[in-house]
Design a protein around this ligand. Structure first.
Ligand SMILES: Cc1cc2nc3c(=O)[nH]c(=O)nc-3n(C[C@H](O)[C@H](O)[C@H](O)COP(=O)(O)OP(=O)(O)OC[C@H]3O[C@@H](n4cnc5c(N)ncnc54)[C@H](O)[C@@H]3O)c2cc1C
Length: 319
């Protein structure tokens, strides 16, 4: 009897906190690896701290995803992927992973419980980088947002700000003009870091006003955001600026606080692995945006997830 068949037999009598494979994160990488692992007959648990779909929910329109020549919104694609995930009847928990230990097996400690498995895939992606403006935390959910597709609808016919100079910021500003009366784009940089195509879309959009070389210092309001204190970095003058929300797109950071100490990472904290998605700890795999990789896209996250699940299956069949 091979090891996998043995472990499958043990599942019949296993404790409810024991699995072949635990996947941390329910974004595209985590969901793809869960579906693949289930198809390989592994006993899988997915742990997601917030919403299944992850950053997919933050994408207005995806224009380079195979099979959708007319583009598809991140939300629509996530609905399809989550339906597929649900149809596989995979175990999942809405909990936050706080710590990951390895002794003989892995122990995954969440804010509510702890679970054990022989293999783990970390697919925890990225978190949004903060602007570090005064009031940012206070007004989160009351006019401070990191997700235009999720929150644009609450600011119909209002004047809002977008902070950032990257493609994600500009695409979000353009999306917001479908709802808002005016969108002001602020960046501390003196240039926009975007493609020529996007530059012409931006130029053609009369609802967007651009402020280069400006820093948002403070977010002010009462129940919700009402105005901002902004510094013109050219002359260092501060001024008040009225708008009812701010959408922040100033980059992302890896979600890695729970990973075992000593794992090799990039300078910014993205996890190193080999081409099978295996880290230096046997049985520990990574997939998606948390991985130290050059391209971070939905398609690469899904590919990583499938490779990681197949590698975990291979590892489990030998241990
Ligand atoms: C604004 C924006 C626009 C984008 N536009 C595009 C685009 O046009 N095209 C494209 O291909 N890609 C785009 N991307 C990138 C794409 O969203 C990511 O590459 C993809 O979502 C990565 O998937 P992932 O599963 O690795 O990580 P994520 O989508 O980040 O998912 C990680 C999941 O893990 C969960 N998690 C994190 N920590 C824990 C923990 N401790 N415990 C439990 N759960 C945890 C999170 O809640 C999240 O659901 C965009 C991203 C952003 C932010």
């Amino acid at each position: 009897m091979d090891t996998l068949t043995q472990s499958r037999r043990q599942i019949a009598t296993k404790k409810s906190d024991q699995f072949d494979l635990i996947i941390i994160g329910g974004g595209p990488a985590g969901l793809a690896s869960a579906i693949k692992a289930k198809q390989l007959n592994l006993d899988v648990l997915v742990i997601e701290k917030a919403l299944f779909g992850g950053n997919l929910l933050n994408i207005a329109m995806i224009n380079d995803y195979l099979g959708f020549p007319d583009q598809i919104s991140g939300k629509e694609l996530s609905v399809k992927i989550i339906e597929q995930f649900k149809s596989e009847k995979i175990d999942f928990k809405y909990e936050e992973v706080m710590q990951l230990n390895k002794d003989k097996s892995f122990e995954v400690i969440t804010d509510k419980a702890s679970y054990h498995s022989k293999a783990v895939i970390i697919a925890s992606g990225t978190q949004n980088r903060k602007l570090s403006a005064v009031g940012e935390e206070k007004y989160y959910g009351r006019g401070v947002s990191y997700c235009a597709p999720c929150d644009a609808v609450f600011f119909k016919d209002k004047h809002v700000i977008v902070a950032g100079n990257n493609e994600r910021a500009i695409k979000s500003a353009i999306l917001l003009t479908n709802y808002c009366q005016k969108v002001s784009l602020f960046t501390v940089k003196t240039y926009l870091n975007i493609s020529e195509d996007l530059k012409s879309d931006l130029k053609a959009n009369k609802k967007i006003e651009i402020f280069l070389n400006h820093r948002i210092e403070e977010i002010l309001g009462n129940e919700s955001v009402e105005k901002f204190i902004i510094k013109n970095l050219e002359n260092n003058k501060l001024f008040y600026y009225q708008a009812e929300a701010i959408f922040i797109y100033v980059g992302v950071l890896p979600e890695n606080f729970f990973v075992p100490k000593g794992l090799s990472t990039s300078e910014k904290g993205y996890l190193d692995c080999d081409k099978e998605m295996q880290t230096a700890i046997p049985g520990l795999f990574v997939a998606g945006d948390i991985r130290n990789s050059f391209i971070k896209k939905v398609s690469t996250a899904i590919a990583d997830g499938i490779i990681a699940a197949s590698s975990a299956y291979h590892y489990l069949s030998l241990h």
